[in-house]
Ligand binder design. Structure first.
Ligand SMILES: Cc1ncc(COP(=O)(O)O)c(C=O)c1O
Length: 468
């Protein structure tokens, strides 16, 4: 049996008997009709054969790179362990690789590096039924995964509140979004169990569950190991795949040792293969470089690749080679040092957020870049229980904006819509002075709203008295 150890948050995989995993045929039931009807690209599916020794390829309509004007590319990057800068140059055959079309799933050297990264951080070995595809950010891959697995009208499990960028994907497929309750410790697995155990007989059960387990966008929550294990168990008992969207994995700054990912925890399951994991380089290298990667069962990644082969063909080779050169120059230790630095940056920023004591409730995030404030919009406890006075939408969109602060009302993150007193505040960009001002303006906004709520209640009271 494979064991997991967690010294300093780095996971190690101990050698043992080969991992038991679900067979490729298992995923046939998880593919959408669209995915099943896609045919492999007649050109791209033959790309690997070009590497056959002695073969002369007349296959692809690749332009001749001798005609390309670029001869070398240099960039400078900060060392992960000091403030020194290093210049890296890409030229010759490597540049040609970056200037040419390349494999749908990603450029080979980058893919190889990323496989190694997953081995180091999640203890999963190559050759055990999983692989990686690179996408134009993780968003691209999540969209393709959902389209590859979900048919129009299907029921899907979505943590609530959920990342606002994923809700439209389910809405456009007219999905029955089952909102899965969450709290500061992650998905409320007992409530999920109840939902699944009370599922109407004869109605197809959801095939996927979407969650952001580290520094969730929007709630900032990080799911504990116990909760993750319970969700994995439910996935096995009720036959669904976990879409582990984890762009804030490397932005963990909690004091406790890092919790293992779902992808890692699968090592303790009787059979692995129920997790499709999404990583992003956006929060740690650059959001504009648009590189993310999906890790999981080959059958699901093949379906994603077939989508890519008919849509954007591949992630730009040039950005992949730039990222590869940087990562290769750092090595895995350098990468770990870099992300440690980044997470420390956000930990310090989190500390700058001043208290709105008595005017809002919140849990301090342990990863990521979001505070999830519950605005206490009514002072009077009887008014506070009235849903009409528990809606942050208008308060944030108009009153807060007029007071000079912009934030996102919680409704944007409720899969099926509805009122909520919550608001998401991103603390990634602002400096100390602006934090002070923003908190002050939010405070003013809440106090003004409280006064308005009180006035409305008096008016209503007068109206009721007059009618009587
Ligand atoms: C939870 C979540 N998933 C996915 C994404 C998309 O990230 P990427 O830039 O890798 O496409 C974001 C971006 O903010 C996010 O917060």
């Amino acid at each position: 049996m494979t064991k997991i150890s967690e010294p300093n948050g780095i996971f190690h995989h101990q050698d043992g008997p080969s991992l038991k995993r679900l067979p490729d045929e298992f995923y046939n039931d998880f593919l959408s009709d669209i995915a099943k009807n896609r045919r492999p690209s007649p050109i791209r599916s033959l790309f690997p054969l070009e590497k056959t020794p002695g073969v002369i390829s007349l296959l692809a309509g690749k332009p001749n790179s001798l005609t390309f004007p670029f001869t070398s590319l240099s960039f400078t990057a900060v060392s992960p362990t000091s403030s020194d800068e290093t210049t890296l140059t890409i030229d010759g055959a490597e540049l040609q690789l970056g200037l040419q079309y390349s494999a749908t799933e990603g450029l080979e050297p980058l893919l190889d590096w990323l496989h190694g990264l997953q081995e180091v951080n999640h203890g999963r070995k190559r050759g055990e039924g999983w692989r990686i595809s690179v996408g134009c950010g993780s968003q691209d891959l999540i969209y393709k995964a959902i389209n590859a697995m979900v048919n129009p009208g299907d029921s899907v499990l979505v943590e609530s509140p959920a990342y606002a960028g994923v809700i439209p994907m389910f809405v456009s497929l007219h999905c029955n979004q089952i909102e899965v309750e969450t709290d500061a410790h992650g998905i409320c697995s007992s409530s999920l169990r109840t939902t699944l155990e009370q599922w109407p007989a004869g109605k197809p059960k959801p095939k996927v569950l979407y969650t952001v387990p580290y520094g969730c966008n929007p709630t900032g929550m990080t799911a504990t190991t116990d909760r993750r294990k319970e969700v994995l168990q439910l996935a096995r008992e009720h036959n669904f795949i976990i879409l582990e969207d984890d762009p804030y994995f490397y932005l963990y700054y909690g004091k406790a040792p890092r919790y293992p990912s779902y992808f890692q925890l699968e090592l303790e399951e009787p059979e692995a293969g129920r997790v499709l994991r999404f990583d992003s380089l956006s929060k740690i290298l650059s959001a504009g470089i648009r590189i993310g990667f999906a890790t999981g069962p080959k059958a699901l990644l093949n379906a994603i690749d077939q989508h890519t082969a008919t849509s954007n063909l591949q992630v730009p080779s040039l950005t992949q080679i730039i990222v590869f050169r940087l990562l290769q120059s750092w090595g895995y230790d350098g990468f770990a040092a870099h992300v440690q630095r980044v997470s420390e940056f956000y930990r310090e920023k989190r500390g700058m957020v001043k208290h709105l004591t008595g005017l809002a409730e919140w849990s301090s995030p342990e990863a990521g870049m979001f505070f999830w404030f519950k605005l206490l919009l009514a002072e009077d406890p009887t008014a506070a229980s009235d849903p009409a006075h528990n809606d942050s939408e208008a308060v944030i969109r108009t009153r807060a904006f007029e007071n000079g602060v912009l934030a996102l009302p919680g409704t944007a993150f409720i899969p099926n819509g509805g009122r909520t007193p919550y608001v998401r505040a991103a603390f990634s960009l602002i400096g100390e002075e602006d934090v002070e001002k923003a908190t002050q303006r939010l405070r003013e906004t809440i106090l003004q709203e409280r006064a308005a709520v009180a006035a409305r209640r008096v008016q209503n009271g007068i109206a009721v008295a007059a009618a009587a």
